[in-house]
Write a protein that binds this ligand. Structure first.
Ligand SMILES: O=C(O)C1=C[C@@H](OP(=O)(O)O)[C@@H](O)[C@H](O)C1
Ligand SMILES: C=C(OP(=O)(O)O)C(=O)O
Length: 404
């Protein structure tokens, strides 16, 4: 699928969607399943990133290409470093070769791992020779990506003496670290998080266990946006729970201020447009714990003509694309005004949205999905619309279901 033209939607958004499992939970559990084969996983994500992860873990070849999948790149670097006798090259897309991995590689090398850079220092591709790691203490910078920390935590219980991780500086995307720790604890791993240090005890085997992956909250964000932009709309999404491991579940409280009410019913959430919106209010949010929903929120505010000021966005520059620049470029094409720094984004309120603008997606699934709901306001074109498969392969079918 190349460009997708979406004609202005005149229907009230309504429907019932079952969303695939969280890609973050899935990619952690898939690694853990290699260490603990008696772990069963249900509702695994059907995203490209999780399929690539599964394929990599089953691969018998000596070169693995994980495309655009950041978590897979980081988690597999740690995984293959401890897989005795593994000798592999881990590579990815052009963008992946420009997403930093030095902090993780340095930490693994400090623990004794054998990893070499094949092109640019500090970036994939990597050559990894797996071996037994015997050290049990490492310091790591927590401000660039929490994925480095999760990667180390996932291998920690398989190390002979476990692992103590000490953080330098501030930690970013903390809910993702908590997700990793909660999943480890569910498998019976003993751990403590005390101030700037996490200790993981060794756990060579676990009891039989089945984990059901909750559906993906980041994917739910696009329905929150549709609901916010469509008066009287109602969407039911499954399968979700109130006590989520995913930080993006904060959507429910954020979108309350954008006129969407969330109610939990058994395994689903019901989103309803309440009509309760003060569009002259400024949306002021720190998204350091939920970076993946920044694009959705900015576009919703733009569609509602609201001003928004987001902070805590320093990780957006090193994701699938520089998401701060991408948002500014595309919203300005539509007639909006956006100011960015390295960690903030300020959207001015604007009343008009230009028609038939073609939105570039920069190989970033979230650019395509975040801009699609604007079709409730005006006809819009989404370029390279199939990028959505990175996290949500059936997005366009599901989008159609609730909008036509
Ligand atoms: O651990 C994870 O599953 C993720 C952590 C976050 O990355 P950063 O920690 O790099 O912000 C998030 O943006 C990414 O989509 C998934
Ligand atoms: C940043 C993302 O993924 P990753 O870092 O795993 O490529 C994302 O899905 O928005």
């Amino acid at each position: 699928m190349e460009s997708l033209k979406i004609h202005k939607i005149i229907k009230t958004v309504k429907g019932d969607i079952k969303i695939t499992g969280s890609k973050s939970e899935s990619n952690r559990l898939l690694v853990l399943q290699q260490f603990y084969p008696n772990l069963k996983i249900e509702n695994v994500s059907n995203s490209d990133d999780s399929r690539l992860m599964q394929k990599a873990l089953e691969s018998t070849g000596n070169e693995i290409n994980i495309g655009h999948a950041g978590t897979a790149m980081r988690f597999l670097t740690a995984y293959f470093s401890v897989k005795e006798n593994a000798k592999i090259v881990l590579t990815g897309s052009h963008r992946m070769k420009n997403r930093p991995i030095k902090i993780l590689v340095d930490a693994l090398r400090d623990l004794g791992a054998k990893i070499d850079y094949l092109e640019k220092d500090g970036y994939p591709p990597l050559s990894i020779e797996g071996k037994k790691l015997t050290k049990d203490f490492v310091e790591i910078d927590g401000n660039i990506s929490s994925q480095y920390i999760s990667a180390l935590l996932l291998i920690a219980p398989t190390l002979k003496n476990g692992l103590q991780l000490k953080f330098k500086g501030e930690i970013t995307s903390v809910p993702y670290i908590k997700m990793t720790l909660t999943l480890l604890a569910e498998l019976g791993v003993d751990l403590t998080w005390d101030g700037d240090s996490i200790s993981i005890h060794p756990k060579p085997i676990i009891e039989d266990k089945t984990v059901i992956v909750e559906s993906d909250w980041s994917s739910a964000s696009y329905y929150y946006s549709l609901c916010a932009l469509s008066p009287n709309s109602e969407i039911k999404l499954s399968a979700y729970k109130k006590a989520s491991l995913q930080g993006d579940a904060v959507l429910a409280s954020i979108y309350k201020n954008l006129g969407v009410d969330t109610s939990f019913k058994e395994h689903s959430i019901l989103l309803k447009n309440t009509g309760n919106l003060n569009a002259s209010k400024l949306m002021n949010l720190n998204l350091i714990g939920a970076p993946d929903i920044a694009q959705t929120i900015v576009v919703t505010c733009f569609g509602l003509g609201m001003e928004c000021y987001l902070t805590g966005l320093h990780t957006l520059k090193i994701k699938e694309t520089d998401r701060l620049v991408a948002l500014k470029n595309e919203i300005e094409k539509l007639g909006g005004e956006v100011f960015i720094t390295n960690e903030t984004l300020h959207l001015k309120s604007s009343k008009k949205i230009k028609e038939n603008v073609s939105i570039a997606t920069y190989d970033d699934h979230r650019m395509a999905m975040a801009f699609a709901p604007l079709a409730l306001k005006t006809s819009i074109i989404i370029e390279e619309a199939n990028v959505v498969s990175k996290s949500y392969p059936t997005f366009w079918e599901d989008f159609k279901k609730v909008t036509t």
